[in-house]
Design a protein around this ligand. Structure first.
Ligand SMILES: Nc1nc2c(ncn2[C@@H]2O[C@H](COP(=O)(O)OP(=O)(O)OP(=O)(O)O)[C@@H](O)[C@H]2O)c(=O)[nH]1
Ligand SMILES: [Mg+2]
Length: 377
């Protein structure tokens, strides 16, 4: 038996050398990841039986002894099993890394919990921290809010719970209010957002609001010819409301439509819903919209989506330079804490929230107080 030790960057690399040097009959005796210096090196110990084995075999039903045969097929089989075992071990070796990240995240969470709850109960801050977490605010942001609240609240124990939570709510609302100036005042209002966020429905609600309640002159443009029947869906709404619709999937057509609606007080623009990961589609949309003066883009985010989805969309749509946010499908949402995370990251005001599928009634202007109340509710 010939035994050799191999050091390599990966098990595959070691196996290739073993096969080359010891031949296909070599078997792996052990393998392990080496500690220290980068820890990416592996050690594999392999062996090869250099004796041809003397075995007894049956030939044509008669027992023959001392027949000198190679046990190659068996050894190959054994070797393949060893290789498989090595691979399984390797995969298992990678698991601790994933586990380590999960544990690290848990530890961070625990650390934030300790920080967020280290206040004496008399200050109610630990109760508020738990409330924020329960509502879906991330631990790190909840912790930062608690720290910031110390500048807004008197020393612990000086206020009752109701007053403390009211002050805390006012502090959150104050943060949202900071970004609100002139939001929503532009004449051309573009509605963008991930697929199915509620762009067309929200646009229809606002078209009715401007045309029927405010008696404004309204024009609607859609750049959405991507989805089959997208234009038809919007045409049904514009026909009922009695406002003109222009279809403009390209830059030239878009600026021509804007000129065509030069007599309108408000121009509402619908855009195609594409995966938030389709960056090319967003770049194309940006090109189509051009840089019209008096234009303001709203990012529509459905609260039936996950926090990760919304945070990701808020970043990816930056390419459109959106100026405000509309939260849709609030009626489908039970915990509102994660809107704090989204707004803290995006630093954009919320113009409207939509509360159902009914056109035109299920839409409300959003206020910082209302949002703060939701986050703490
Ligand atoms: N529950 C609820 N449903 C809504 C709301 N707003 C829109 N919807 C529904 O969401 C679905 C998608 O709405 P659309 O307006 O077509 O969404 P969109 O963003 O234009 O979709 P795409 O153009 O395909 O990207 C429809 O069934 C709407 O009725 C809301 O506030 N609450
Ligand atoms: Mg649509």
């Amino acid at each position: 038996m010939q035994i050799r030790r191999y050091e390599a960057n990966s098990v595959q690399e070691a196996m290739a050398r073993i096969k080359k040097e010891l031949g296909p009959d070599a078997v792996v005796l052990s393998s392990k990841r080496l500690k220290g210096a980068g820890s990416s090196r592996v050690e594999v110990v392999a062996a090869r039986d250099i004796q041809e084995e003397q075995v007894c075999v049956d030939i044509d039903g008669c027992r023959q002894s001392d027949v000198n045969v190679k046990t190659e097929p068996f050894q190959r089989f054994q070797q393949e099993i060893q290789e498989l075992k090595t691979l399984v071990r390797q995969i298992q070796n990678e698991k601790p890394l994933v586990r380590e990240f999960a544990e690290l995240r848990q530890d961070m969470g625990a650390l934030f919990d300790v920080l967020g709850m280290r206040h004496k109960d008399a200050g109610f801050l630990s109760q508020i921290y738990c409330k924020l977490i329960a509502n879906g605010v991330s631990r790190s942001r909840a912790c930062r809010l608690i720290e910031a609240s110390k500048h807004h609240l008197p020393t612990e124990g000086a206020l009752d719970y109701e007053t403390t939570i009211r002050r805390f709510s006012a502090m959150i609302a104050g943060r949202f209010a900071a970004s609100r100036s002139r939001a929503g005042s532009a004449r051309i209002k573009v509605f963008a957002g991930p697929t199915g966020a509620g762009k067309t429905t929200t646009l229809a609600k606002l078209a009715a609001h401007y045309a029927l309640e405010k008696k404004s002159r309204v024009g609607v443009i859609t750049t959405d010819t991507y989805r089959i029947a997208a234009t038809e869906q919007l045409r049904v709404y514009t026909d009922i409301i009695g406002v003109p619709l222009a279809v403009a999937p390209e830059k030239e057509l878009f600026s021509r439509s804007v000129r065509q609606f030069s007599d309108k007080d408000v121009i509402l623009v619908d855009t195609p819903g594409r995966s938030r990961k389709d960056q090319d589609a967003l770049t194309k949309l940006k090109d189509t919209l051009g840089s019209e003066a008096e234009m303001e883009t709203s990012l529509l985010l459905s609260l039936s989506s996950s926090r990760e989805h919304l945070l990701d969309a808020a970043v990816r749509y930056e390419v459109l330079d959106y100026r405000n946010i509309v939260f849709t499908k609030t009626d489908e949402c039970t915990r509102f804490g994660f809107i704090y995370d989204v707004l803290d990251q995006a630093e954009k005001p919320v113009l409207y929230v939509t509360t159902g599928q009914n056109v035109p009634q299920d839409i409300e202007a959003s206020t910082p107080d209302k949002l703060a109340e939701w986050i703490l509710s």
